[in-house]
Design a protein around this ligand. Structure first.
Ligand code: PLP
Length: 390
């Protein structure tokens, strides 16, 4: 069969082989410690599930408006004002099938052949692929531990060409967990305004912050940057709702209308009764978010201390999300080899940094219980000690 050319341009996920292997080992009854999860390990809070159940019982089971239930769009606009001081109305918001779908819709509405999109590495796996599917050119800017894996304003400035359309900002970051400081965000905003490009701010981890770190939304820094900002967010990470498939995009009305048009011909509206769960998530008590955050905070301390005590690994202390991203360069192994051996010989699953454009690092998720963390870190330590000494 002759498939469309665009299929050849999308890379198969390098993480797939590892996760398939880990699953197969588990199925065989092998005791695998898994740190590969990209999702919270908690159940969705009860009041959110109850709201969706109620909507289901009330017959909210039909097609709805493609851009989302009017009430949910309104509640999201209100949240963006309340939490982040962003002036949006319902018409500036589209409800999507997850944060991933928000970004995909955005690329389809905005990017065309010839357009360049600046993506700092380490990056979330899907950003470059989405740009490619839309026919654009991802421009990868490599960052390292010296800047906390964050792109500097100067690096951004130097990467901009007349073809640059969009810059992708992700803070807190997946895979590094790093959070941009207010000063760093301000410096990036200045470059964006001066060059008159757009920025999409992926804020899916905005609620998962530690050690007093604050989340600043780049669009809140003034009218000039606000008009060039698009916000992408979702319910998956903060409310432990990954399987619900609920996200949103906020931005200028013409863009939101365009994404809504695209959505109306692809997925139509997000599952109607699920949207009532999202309303409850935003309108209800935020204590559930804080409880999960505190559990993550404890695990982060334990895992960070353990990883950094292992000779051969070095790790920055990230202030957000639920990942640690240690460097493995002293082990002499590349990330895929490191992860494969760690899984095969020590039954520990992690994600090779090469998936995120960083071959000298490994991503460990601490969205798992403390017992697994202790056991998995013991095994990791044995593995690295042997790898370094041999
Ligand atoms: C998880 C994640 C998303 C979106 O997840 P959805 O499940 O589609 O809402 C977006 N960006 C980053 C960086 C993520 O880690």
């Amino acid at each position: 069969m002759k498939l469309a050319n665009r299929v050849d341009q999308v890379k198969p996920s390098v993480t797939l082989a590892i996760s398939a292997k880990a699953k197969a080992m588990k199925a065989e009854g092998i005791d695998v410690c898994s740190f590969s999860a990209g999702e919270p390990d908690f159940d969705t809070p009860a009041h959110i599930k109850a709201a969706a159940q109620k909507a289901l019982d009330e017959g909210k089971t039909k097609y709805g408006p493609a851009a989302g239930e009017p009430k949910l769009r309104e509640v999201i606009a209100h949240k963006l004002k309340r939490d982040l001081n962003l002036d949006y109305k319902s018409e500036n918001v589209i409800v999507t099938n997850g944060g991933k779908h928000s970004l995909f819709n955005l690329m389809m509405a905005l990017i065309e052949p010839g357009d360049e999109v600046i993506i700092p590495a380490p990056y979330w796996v899907s950003y470059p692929e989405m740009v490619t599917i839309a026919g654009g050119t991802p421009v990868i800017v490599t960052t390292d531990a010296s800047t906390g894996y964050k792109i500097t304003a100067e690096q951004l400035r130097q990467s901009i060409t007349p073809k640059t359309k969009l810059f992708v900002l992700n803070s807190p970051s997946n895979p590094t967990g790093m959070v941009y400081s207010p000063g760093e965000i301000e410096a990036l905003a200045k470059v964006i305004v001066e060059a008159d490009i757009l920025v999409v701010s992926d804020e899916i981890y905005e609620k998962l912050l530690y050690d007093g770190a604050k989340h600043i939304s780049i669009g809140s820094l003034g009218t000039e940057i606000f008009s060039r900002t698009i916000i992408s967010n979702g319910f998956a990470k903060g409310y432990s709702m990954t399987g619900w498939r609920l996200g949103y995009l906020a931005g200028p009305v013409d863009l939101i209308k365009a994404t809504s048009n695209i959505q109306s011909h692809s997925t139509s509206n997000v599952c109607t009764f699920a949207q009532y769960g999202a309303i409850a998530a935003l309108e209800g008590s935020q204590d559930c978010v804080e409880e999960m955050r505190q559990a993550f905070a404890k695990r982060r301390e334990v895992m960070f201390a353990r990883i950094n005590s292992i000779p051969g690994l070095s790790c920055e202390k990230p202030d957000g999300a639920f990942y640690l991203f240690p460097s493995i360069s002293e082990t002499g192994l590349k990330s895929l080899e490191f992860c494969s051996k760690l899984l095969e010989e020590y039954q520990v699953a992690s994600i090779p940094g090469t998936a995120f454009g960083a071959d000298n690092n490994i991503r460990f998720s601490y969205a798992t219980d403390m017992t697994t963390i202790e056991k998995g870190m013991d095994r990791l330590e044995k593995f690295v000690r042997l790898a370094v000494s041999s």
